[in-house]
Design a protein around this ligand. Structure first.
Ligand code: ZN
Ligand code: MN
Length: 478
């Protein structure tokens, strides 16, 4: 069998983090709201109700375009995409077709063969449709979501495997969440994908006929649907069949894609300029101001944190991955001036607590100031490492400051030599066998004795000092 090439392109709909809908003053509906209580004449499509463009949605889309290296169209226009379906009572969706806000650009992903550039065709702004709920004997239309601003990022067909598609989506999501453009919360449908897939024999330049799978909102579903669809198309061509251009739906319960309708072309939608909205004209100074306000991106932040705090590339990369983690780390590192130590705590104890509780760092009461203070308490030998390690989960769950806890509970490290000498005597007397072992050449026995002294001090002894005292004592006995 000859080898086949796989081509995938993605249309990613991203819900923008605005306060209000795209063309009216209704707020952005939360999921559990009563149906049709977040509506007005504009988003219900009443005759004569006129749309007013949401400035913030334009700003967030342009910022996304700038981060993705797109060209910004200084004049862009809105169009009507005409179709008949109950999810859009106007019978058209306001979108951008002829002149979208952003064009070009791309995302670099990592593949086993090295970095790969996935080009973006364009980014346009549009309104979301209503949600249709199906019940046992009827269906209902909920317009709460209708009119929510969506940014649609259309990639070029540059992807060639489900893994690459995942890498592309994760890269997009990271950039958009970082910049505060969208929460990209998949469960809430903040990020929905249409995928186009085709296969062609190696050596053929022209792309094969594509099938489109619509409206998927889980990464797992997208991956499984791509895998299924690729296998289906390869099997079809292998037995001499023909791929038809069509729109398909992913059925997660059956684990297969199913034909919905033969695929329409752009001209089927009778796009026409939206007469109720003037073109969007962006002053160059406006775009420049938005560009200046862009946040530092993860890769740049990783480099800077390595240089600024002297932390390893791996740590810097993990911390920079999520903006809230990097913010927390930097705040704590600046407060105590010990980036390496803060990073060690974060990479081990805090990451463990985060994964145990399933929380993000902003959702738990631990503050950067508390972590910084903990680092200082250990560094100035007020408390020892094990005590700090015991305090951290409590600070993580309950909040508060470590210094106050240390004082209230008398957790301060015992560095008083005479007090510790008593414990050393006690430990050696109670463990004559270990002392014997040490004298017989088993140096590891000293470590055990240090542990016994720590135990007698209820973990509060200065471990370095104990080590020194035990060594001295054993040397004296030898
Ligand atoms: Zn409305
Ligand atoms: Mn769309």
């Amino acid at each position: 069998m000859s080898k086949y090439l796989i081509t995938i392109g993605l249309e990613t709909h991203v819900q923008l983090k605005t306060n209000t809908k795209m063309f009216c003053g209704c707020g952005i509906a939360v999921l559990d709201r009563e149906p049709n209580t977040n509506v007005c004449p504009v988003c219900l499509g009443y005759p004569g109700a006129l749309p007013v463009m949401n400035r913030e949605a334009v700003k967030l889309t342009v910022m996304s375009g700038l981060m993705l290296g797109c060209e910004i169209n200084h004049v862009s226009t809105f169009d009507r995409k005409n179709y008949f379906y109950p999810d859009m009572s106007k019978d058209y969706q306001i979108t951008q077709q002829a002149k979208p806000l952003c064009q070009g650009g791309g995302v670099t992903i990592q593949t086993p063969a090295g970095p790969k550039r996935v080009r973006i065709n364009h980014i346009h702004l549009e309104e979301d449709a209503a949600k249709i709920n199906h019940y046992a004997r009827f269906s209902g239309v909920d317009f709460n979501r209708c009119g929510t601003p969506l940014m649609e990022i259309v990639s070029e067909p540059d992807l060639s495997s489900p893994d690459e598609a995942m890498a592309y989506l994760l890269a997009l999501k990271q950039i958009l969440v970082y910049a505060g453009v969208s929460d990209c919360n998949l469960e809430e449908g903040n990020l929905r994908c249409d995928v186009n897939i085709s296969v062609r024999p190696e050596g053929q330049a022209q792309l094969g006929t594509r099938a489109e799978i619509k409206n998927m909102n889980t990464f797992k579903g997208i991956y499984a649907a791509l895998e299924y669809e690729i296998a289906r198309q390869l099997a079809t061509v292998a037995r001499g069949g023909v791929i038809v251009q069509e729109t398909r739906r992913w059925e997660p319960d059956l684990g297969e894609t199913q034909s919905m309708r033969s695929k329409e072309n752009a001209h089927d939608y009778r796009y026409l300029p939206e007469p109720d909205l003037v073109p969007v004209a962006l002053a160059p100074e406006q775009v420049a101001a938005w560009r200046a306000a862009l946040p530092e991106m993860p890769a740049a932040r990783r480099e800077r944190m390595m240089a600024e705090y002297g932390i390893p590339e791996y740590d810097a990369g993990v911390l920079a991955d999520a903006r809230e983690n990097a913010d927390f780390f930097e705040a704590a590192a600046r407060l105590c001036g010990q980036g390496k130590t803060v990073s060690n705590w974060f990479m081990t104890e805090i990451m463990r607590l985060l994964s145990e509780t399933g929380k993000t760092i902003t959702e738990c009461p631990l503050t950067p100031a508390a972590l910084a203070e903990l680092v200082v308490l250990v560094d100035t030998r007020v408390i020892n490492g094990p005590t700090a390690k015991e305090l951290l989960p409590e600070l993580f769950r309950e909040g508060g400051m470590p210094d106050a806890l240390v004082r209230a509970r008398g957790l301060g490290q015992v560095s008083d030599t005479s007090a510790l000498e008593g414990f050393v005597e006690q430990a050696l007397a109670a463990n004559a066998k270990s002392v014997e072992d040490f004298r017989a050449g088993k140096k590891a026995a000293a470590g055990f004795l240090v542990g016994q002294v720590m135990k007698l001090s209820k973990g509060k002894a200065d471990p370095q000092l104990v080590g020194k005292l035990v060594a001295e004592k054993l040397a004296g006995l030898a």
